[in-house]
Design a protein around this ligand. Sequence first.
Ligand code: NAP
Ligand code: HSE
Length: 422
Amino acid sequence: MKKRIALLGAGTVGAGVCRLLAENGDMILDNNGVEIEIAAILVRDLNKERPGVPKELLTDDFEKIMADDSIVLVAEAMGGVHPALEYALRVLKAGKCFVTANKELLSQHFEELERTAFEHGTGLYFEPSVAGAVPVIKALTDSLAANRIYSVMGIINGTTNYILSKMSEENMGYAEALAEATELGYAEPDPTNDVEGYDARFKLSILSSLAFDRRVYVKDIFCEGITAITADDMRVAKDMGYGIKLLAIGKMEDDKIQVRVHPTMLPLSHPLCSVNGSFNAVFVNASAAGEMMFYGRGAGDMPTASAMAGDILHALMQETRRRYPFVLGGVPAAQITDDWNSAFFLSSVAQDEPLVLARVANIFGKHGVSLKTVLQPGEASDGCTRVILITHITSELKFRKALEELKELDCIEVRNIIRVEE
Ligand code: NAP
Ligand code: HSE
């Protein structure tokens, strides 16, 4: 059975899909009885060199794809919300399946895309949008469909994990590590999305909406990126037995959901500390299945092409079984809480004088925050000394209040705050 498809985009991901289908199309046909034929590929620049992408299939005219009734599925790897959204809606309204790697588009227009697919009797698929090659979307929607999900948590941005790994293991500078991640095809067309945590926030919105059967909006997710993490933070953390990772955390307790993306210090013995480079790892805690960890390459051409080609085949073979949870289940908006518990690492420079630490400890004590570790690494100079504090597990809101007050003291300058998970 031959199925004709179109690709929107032939950059890192789109070109990877071309190469993968060229390499393994025969095997896919033998195993599944489906011959996937790429009929057209939309790009902006028809003259760019694109190894492995058949030049004769390139077009810069989306209307040509829409006019071809033999195309039954369109796979999007362009990125950005516009014109991807307009194209997606046109594709779905024409009754064609839509597969996307675009988490920004999906996280912001999930309901509209799903409703349009439902109303036009077609399907919306998005495995490549989260965690690259790692099949965590199908795990949540299919394999774990009979479970209540309590939490999803992990490393879901390859670029920042690559940068932090290089800074920690090779003392590489931030800018050099980001340049390498871009060169390797991991970073977004605008890497601000990676380093500021926005990409992980898009993905967490998708994962937690699926996991908790509630609509978790991007705007409700607490988000801090890695741009404030310094080589010094990495070194001090390592000396204290911690690694620093950008974590995305979604937890549901008593119908309240906490969703947050931020750099996190983890004991070096924690399994997430050994997830390095472009690798991603997602822990899922499910009612019947218990705890699981999904691990694999979270970015790059062939890992993402693996997820996209798999989703294309899945979509083509699944014409009668499609999921429309937002339409059929009437998925409510989530009740988001902005208070959660974690420990905090605080790096500061303080005057090296009597009672300074007492004043600091007093403020924390006043807000019910208890200190676990106080360190003064290195020698004092110019009457000042480094002070590193780690709190016991405490409430986010209590800590923020203490921090506000601390920042008013003239005897201490807070340099950085990093949340700590034990
Ligand atoms: P990319 O290398 O920049 O490729 C984007 C492609 O889309 C290019 O071929 C570009 O055409 C085309 N394009 C962009 N805007 C267009 C427009 N308005 N009209 C026609 N063509 C357009 O990006 P990418 O890394 O492949 O990422 C694509 C999507 O996949 C993004 O949503 C990204 O978040 C997602 N994703 C990426 C990865 C990864 O590891 N890179 C992993 C998972 C998901 P030209 O080549 O002519 O400029
Ligand atoms: N820029 C993304 C990342 C691509 O680094 O994880 C994969 O979604």
